[in-house]
Write a new protein. Structure first.
Lengths: 239, 100
């Protein structure tokens, strides 16, 4: 586990190119966000800043739905926006924890800059790359940077182009992250004991989604699967 | 919304969003990564992926089922994740266009 970790330009380039696979999908979602922000009365600069500080499609869209109904900012609106972002982005707490073995070995400034633009697809790719022997943390930053760039350009374009933005769903782009998760799942499957982990995760996710909290489903699935692996560790070790 | 209000909103959103991104990383600083913890950390991504796919299948219809199954098969055959994911996107767009 404690193999030498580097942080190079070459690693950044490898990550950037891999992350570009998400470019089109993220770009079209950025367009959609820009468009909705424009309709909610935010200027292109405000929409851009929104994307720059939050950088989470689902959280930004949900936040707009709160803000669009209000003309001025009250403390209660502010708190509900904060609570909403914390709930929708709770999965990042888990993502950050799993990147610890890798990112803790690079200088803090690099690690914390990388975490700032961490994304779902980029996290999946990075974890997968680490499993396959990648130890250059530049890869994490690179694969985060290309979708982030697409998100920012998409937001800016969407907020000025108005009603011409295409519907991501018609293009199937809402399925990109799901498709990638399915592919990565096959790619990361290593041993028979992984079936147990996946079964626990699926039951947890479906239970949470069935109770009406889809935003929590991946988080609870991740915790349940991780906990399951932790609990049966000695057994797996002796096997 | 005034500029001051918008700035305040941005600051609150930035703190909430970045807080989530760093919280897990910072918390793990106080946890010694034993082989047992490492096993848990390695099982977590697989679990998140399985959860994402399962919930999408539950909330979706035939288009989602066909596309997800196709991705699993294509990945198993080719081992190319980007190719498999893009194929899944194309398949779901077609399936929806066909009215599934």
């Amino acid at each position: 586990m404690s193999e030498a970790v580097s942080f190079t330009r070459a690693g950044f380039g490898r990550g950037f190119r891999r992350g570009a696979a998400f470019g089109l999908g993220v770009f079209v979602y950025g367009l959609a966000f820009g468009l909705v922000a424009d309709q909610a009365g935010f200027s292109p600069l405000q929409a851009f800043l929104f994307s720059l500080v939050v950088y989470s499609g689902s959280a930004q869209m949900a936040t707009l739905s709160i803000l669009v109904a209000s003309t001025s900012l009250t403390a209660s609106i502010l708190w509900s926006v904060v609570a909403l972002i914390l709930v929708i982005n709770a999965r990042y707490v888990l993502f950050g924890a799993t990147l610890r073995p890798w990112l803790s070995q690079v200088p803090p400034l690099k690690a914390y800059s990388t975490l700032y633009i961490l994304g779902d697809g980029n996290w999946l790719m990075s974890i997968n790359a680490y499993e396959n022997g990648e130890r250059d943390a530049g890869f994490v930053l690179g694969s985060a940077a290309s979708p982030c760039l697409a998100w920012l350009v998409g937001t800016a374009a969407g907020s000025v182009m108005g009603g011409y933005a295409p519907n991501p769903r018609v293009l199937g782009l809402d399925f990109m992250l799901i498709a990638f998760s399915a592919a990565m799942m096959v790619g990361m499957f290593r041993q028979k004991s992984d079936w147990g982990v996946m079964a626990v995760a699926v039951v947890a996710a479906l239970g949470v989604a069935w109770l009406g909290s889809p935003a929590w489903a991946p988080v609870i699935a991740g915790i349940a699967g991780g906990l399951f692996a932790w609990m049966r560790f000695t057994e797996a070790e002796s096997a | 919304m005034t500029n001051v209000e918008f700035a305040l909103l941005l600051l609150a959103m930035a703190l909430a969003s970045y807080g989530c991104r760093v919280a897990g990383f910072v918390a793990m600083r106080f946890v010694t990564i034993t082989p047992r913890i490492e096993a848990a950390l390695r099982a977590t991504p697989l679990s998140v992926m399985a959860g994402i796919v399962a919930v999408a299948a539950m909330r979706g219809g035939p288009a989602e089922w066909i596309a997800s199954a196709s991705v699993l098969v294509i990945m198993k055959l080719t081992g190319q994740d980007v190719l498999s994911a893009l194929a899944g996107v194309a398949i779901i767009a077609l399936a929806r266009w066909a009215g599934l």
